[in-house]
Design a protein around this ligand. Structure first.
Ligand SMILES: [Zn+2]
Length: 379
């Protein structure tokens, strides 16, 4: 066991980070990039653990056993701060807060590490505040930024960071992780890793939650039921409903846990009304959760589109006679007969209709309207 064991299929990255963690003076800013679900924020956190690891031999850092490794991975180490925004983008105030935090000396470890997940969710003006801090770093602070690709971060920031590029992990490696860490059966793990296209987070949820699997199945079978405009309109409504249900399921558990943790930390009475001061703290949390719910809905709408795309990709592969495995291998008979009744040109048009809709959804269009237009385009 080491801090790297939950990072499937990233041998080159692990070697690079291991070397850096053993160095006397590692680079003070790093940019972790990789497609969603490839594990870039996990990689950043593991690196933070290795940087603070207490092993006396530098080459053994990242042991996964010592107190520092445990607390960093568990998110409770005082020298590591992870910045996440649940909003569409970071506010300038949030960024100023981190810059202030970055000035502090580490409390017990060798370094103060600041992890910024979604460094791409930052307006240019906000980025400039961060840039200053990265240009003139306090001597014991290390910044770890995460983004989907280097192009998502301003070149001024990018040029000051050492790049760490994660690849899409192989299906087999993701499946192995689900078996080892989550106790999934090998068959289910393989299925979840394949249909999620190696997105580790999505694969975990599919492997663990039967409802999530059944929602995905409804999505990918939907094209099989589209016959006319009225089917399309109905399908659109259904897709929006499914993505809402998916977002709600994901939020529900997390919100309840957060509420419980907050009440516990406030020392709230088990029964009766809360004192006003506690009520206002709780209200703050609930507002935050509402804001987050918005982002969670748009994320899961996008996921619906990705799942739908896999149907047509598979159809296209069959029409072009590609011999590779299908993403939805379990639907091969249905996909084959669908492929025979259409042409590659038509399939490309349909893929385009989905791609256009993903773009429209990232603006402020009403989801139902966008989905209806798309579903009609799929006929
Ligand atoms: Zn350690």
């Amino acid at each position: 066991m080491s801090v790297w064991s939950d990072l499937p299929g990233q041998t080159a990255v692990v070697e690079q980070l291991n070397r850096a963690a053993a160095a006397e003076r590692p680079n003070h800013a790093w940019l972790f990039t990789g497609p969603p679900g490839s594990g870039r924020s996990n990689a950043a956190r593991s690196f933070a653990a290795a940087l603070l690891c207490e092993q006396p031999d530098p080459a053994a850092r990242g042991c996964g056993e010592c107190h520092a490794c445990h607390t960093v991975l568990g998110g409770t180490n005082a020298d590591v701060s992870a910045m996440v925004t649940e909003n569409v983008s970071f506010t300038i105030r949030e960024v100023r807060d981190w810059v202030t935090k970055a000035q502090d000396k580490p409390s017990s470890g060798r370094w103060r590490v600041i992890i910024i997940e979604d460094a791409d969710r930052m307006a240019e003006r906000t980025t400039n505040v961060l840039l200053k801090a990265i240009e003139e770093p306090p001597p014991r602070t290390i910044w770890l930024l995460c983004a989907p690709s280097p192009a998502d971060v301003l070149v001024t920031i990018r040029s000051r960071c050492r790049p760490v590029g994660l690849r899409i992990p192989p299906v087999g490696d993701v499946a192995e992780l689900l078996v080892r860490r989550d106790g999934a059966t090998p068959e289910l793990a393989e299925f979840a890793a394949r249909v999620s296209q190696s997105h580790i987070g999505v694969a975990r949820r599919l492997a663990a939650d039967e409802d999530a699997r059944s929602r995905r199945d409804t999505i990918v079978r939907l094209p099989l039921r589209l016959r006319g405009v009225s089917d399309a309109v109905m399908a659109a409504g259904e897709l929006v409903e499914i993505s809402n249900a998916d977002a709600a399921a994901a939020s529900e558990q997390r919100n309840a846990a957060e509420r419980e943790a907050l009440l516990y930390s406030l020392g709230a009475p088990e029964k009766g009304t809360l004192p006003p001061a506690m009520r206002s703290q709780l209200k703050q949390l609930e507002d935050e959760q509402k804001r987050r719910a918005k982002r969670s809905v748009s994320d899961s709408l996008d996921r619906v589109m990705i799942d739908l795309t896999t149907f047509y990709r598979d159809v296209l592969a069959l029409q072009l006679g590609a011999s590779s495995d299908l993403v939805n291998e379990y639907l091969r008979p249905e996909l084959t007969s669908y492929a025979e009744q259409s042409t590659p040109e038509k399939t490309l048009e349909r893929l385009d209709a989905i791609a256009q809709t993903r773009k429209r959804l990232s603006t402020n269009v009403a989801p139902v309207l966008a989905m209806e237009a798309m579903a009609v385009g799929l006929l």
